[in-house]
Each structure stands twice: as structure tokens, then as C-alpha cells.
Design a protein around this ligand. Structure first.
Ligand code: F6R
Length: 367
């Protein structure tokens, strides 16, 4: 039931503090004193983790972007190389399956044919696959050797929101666990545990920006196309923001790496082509500001999404969305929330179907 909400999508966006909390087992998947995570369903002897040389993630769509964000978290904390694959491509690539590779399949429904077939290809070659799945007892949950349920609760809207943030949260738990088995010291582990425990409150605060985002969405609803830009672990967030917008508003949207701007997309910039830049505090903020200047110099409107107080951003932005700060490892989970709200309010202003976009099905059970 939608209850007080007009659409399931909005309800599910607002359920994210609770969903992310459930993905952390309401805290039960975190061991504060040891600064690590505990994942019961992996069905792996911890000793097997020492032998993992690389991780391959298999998923489609929004799950693929969750894999990109979470994979970078694993690389950052555990220094294990992670590659993320479009499962439909992986399956046709005659993949090299190896004993020291851990395979992770990410799926909300657990019924996505492309992902299931990629998993079967790996399993037929002797690979061990774990699932990060939302629907309990689904095909993928049964097919995989073990895994972690995201426990986001039922997701009814075709466009995925709370499943995404829950998938990334589970990947963060895995990154913490693997990181603490390797180089991450207990003190940094505890810091991350604290930041994870506080994440539902930070998401709640971010949701408080809804009215501001609605105003911005109404200003941008009339454009035929829009670009989304991000750097580092905000690049897959930019791609996810673009996917959300095209999926429910039918406005053409594309995501690019901020660094890639000069390598082609800059040619698209004009007063008719707005962009949304994710420009978060950190080592590369100056680079982001440089990119935004290039777009503004060509009269492109820019919505800036940031957690920084840098006054240059206020000056440059056509519109600015300021989100709360959190640990930099977890910040992408917060950054996606305004993009979900933006897509929702643009679509609302355009009178779209929102929960049931044309041509799309909630789970894609055919190839
Ligand atoms: C986008 C969306 C899709 C799914 C994709 C995989 O909002 O929902 O891109 O993420 O079809 O679905 P699952 O996660 O069920 O395997």
C-alpha cells in the first residue's frame, strides 16, 4: 500500500533509512568492538577469503551500478581487484573462470534472466557464486552457493531505489569485512561502523531536501536532454542518476565521468543542455570546479550536488543541492538520494506513469 504517498516510487525513496538499516541487520551485521562486519549467509569458511585474488561482479542496470560503487569500496578498503560486468555481456564472452576469483551476483528480484544465465555459465565452469539478492527464495537466491539478503523489503515501483542503496550498503559491509581481514586497522574499522550506524539518519536528513529538489525539478522539466557528471565513485552515481531520469521521465539523459567531459561531451553543451554535476568535498574538488567552469563558460546550466561549503560552488551553480557530510567511503549512498528525488519530481511535473514506465517490466525474466 502506498499510504500517504502518491506513488510507490516516492514511498520507496522515503523508506531508504529503514531499508539501509535492515541491510545492516539493524546493526546486527556490524561488530563495533572489532570494527568489522559479520555476514552469516556467505556459506564460506573465513579461511577461503584469504585465497581471493579478485572479485567479479555480475548484474544488470541499477544492480550493475551498485556493483560499480560497491566494487570500488572493496578495492579501496581491501585492495582486492574488482571488475564489474554487465551480466548479459559476461555470459556471451566465454568468461575465464578461476578458482581464486569470487563471483558476486547482484539482483533485486533474483529473477533477471541475463544475470541467472551468467551465473550458470560461471557455475558450469566450476566457479563459486555468492548472491546479493533482495527477494527471499528467488531463483538467484536458490542458485547461488551463499550470499547476503539485502532485506530492503518489497520494491513495487519498476525503477529501483531502495534496493540500490541496500545493495551498496551490503557491498560496504563486505568491503569492511574483507578490509579488516587485510590492511584496515581496528580504529578505522570502528570509524566506519559508526558512520554506517549513522547513515540512516543522514539519509533521513537528505530526504528533507525534497521541497528544494522539487522546485529545481520543475525548472528543468522542459529540457529534451540532460547530462550527469561525477568523478571517482560518483561516476557510477551519475550513471544511475541518468538512468533514473530517462527511465521514469522519458527525458534523454546520459552520464559521463567529469574527466571525460573534454573528450567529447563538451560539444553538446549549450543553453539548451543542462547538466548535473556531483562535486563532493575531497582531493578532486578543484578539478570538478574546473569542469563546471568550462560548462558555464559555454552557457550550460549546472545543478551542483555537493557536501562542500566551498563558496566557489555557490557562485558557479545555476542551482545547488547541498547534502550532509558522512564518511567519504559511504558518501555515494547519500549522493544518489537527491538524484532519485529529482527524477521523481521531473516525472511528476510531466505527468508520467512513474511507477509503471512504458515498455518496462519490474523483472526482466527473458533474455
Ligand atoms: C532500473 C532497474 C533495472 C534493474 C535491472 C536488474 O531502475 O530497476 O535496471 O536494476 O533490470 O534487475 P534486478 O536487480 O532485479 O536483477
Amino acid at each position: 500500500l502506498k499510504g500517504e504517498y502518491d506513488h510507490f516510487l516516492l514511498k520507496e525513496i522515503f523508506e531508504q533509512p529503514a531499508a539501509v538499516s535492515r541491510a545492516m541487520g539493524e546493526g546486527g551485521r556490524l561488530l563495533h568492538d572489532f570494527g568489522t562486519a559479520k555476514l552469516g549467509g556467505l556459506n564460506l569458511d573465513k579461511r577461503d577469503f584469504f585465497d581471493i585474488e579478485r572479485i567479479h561482479v555480475l548484474a544488470m542496470g541499477t544492480g550493475y551500478y551498485a556493483g560499480c560503487v560497491g566494487g570500488a569500496m572493496i578495492e579501496h578498503l581491501a585492495r582486492i581487484p574488482v571488475q564489474v560486468f554487465d551480466a548479459s555481456e559476461y555470459r556471451v564472452s566465454n568468461p575465464i573462470v578461476k578458482r581464486d576469483t569470487l563471483y558476486l551476483a547482484i539482483s533485486q528480484s533474483g529473477e533477471t534472466a541475463d544475470t541467472i544465465l551468467a551465473v550458470k555459465e560461471v557455475q558450469n565452469k566450476g566457479g563459486r557464486v555468492l548472491g546479493i539478492v533482495n527477494v527471499v527464495g528467488s531463483t538467484l537466491a536458490r542458485l547461488t552457493e551463499g550470499g547476503v539478503y539485502t532485506h530492503a523489503g518489497p520494491e513495487k515501483s519498476v525503477a529501483s531505489t531502495k534496493a540500490f542503496t541496500s545493495q551498496v550498503t551490503v557491498m560496504a559491509l563486505l568491503a569492511l569485512l574483507l578490509g579488516r581481514m587485510r590492511d584496515v586497522p581496528v580504529r578505522r574499522g570502528k570509524e566506519l561502523v559508526d558512520a554506517m550506524m549513522a547513515l540512516p539518519d543522514r539519509i533521513h536528513e537528505t530526504l528533507g531536501l525534497r521541497d528544494r529538489i522539487k522546485e529545481i525539478a520543475e525548472k528543468y522539466k522542459g529540457y529534451g536532454s540532460m547530462l550527469f557528471m561525477g568523478r571517482g565513485n560518483y561516476y557510477p552515481i551519475a550513471l544511475e542518476g541518468a538512468l533514473k531520469l530517462k527511465e521514469i521521465s522519458y527525458i534523454h539523459a546520459e552520464g559521463f565521468s567529469s574527466g571525460g567531459l573534454k573528450h567529447g561531451p563538451l560539444a553538446l553543451i549549450s543553453p539548451d543542455m543542462p547538466s548535473l554535476f556531483i562535486a563532493m568535498d575531497g582531493d578532486f574538488l578543484d578539478k570538478d570546479i574546473g569542469n563546471i567552469q568550462e560548462v558555464r563558460a559555454r552557457e550550460g546550466k549546472v545543478i551542483v550536488l555537493t557536501d562542500s561549503d566551498d563558496p566557489r560552488l555557490e557562485d558557479l551553480a545555476s542551482d545547488i543541492i547541498k547534502i550532509p557530510a558522512t564518511d567519504e567511503v559511504l558518501a555515494p549512498i547519500l549522493a544518489v538520494v537527491p538524484l532519485q528525488l529529482f527524477a521523481y519530481y521531473v516525472s511528476l511535473a510531466l505527468g508520467r506513469e512513474i511507477d509503471q514506465p512504458r515498455n518496462l517490466a519490474k523483472s526482466v525474466t527473458v533474455e
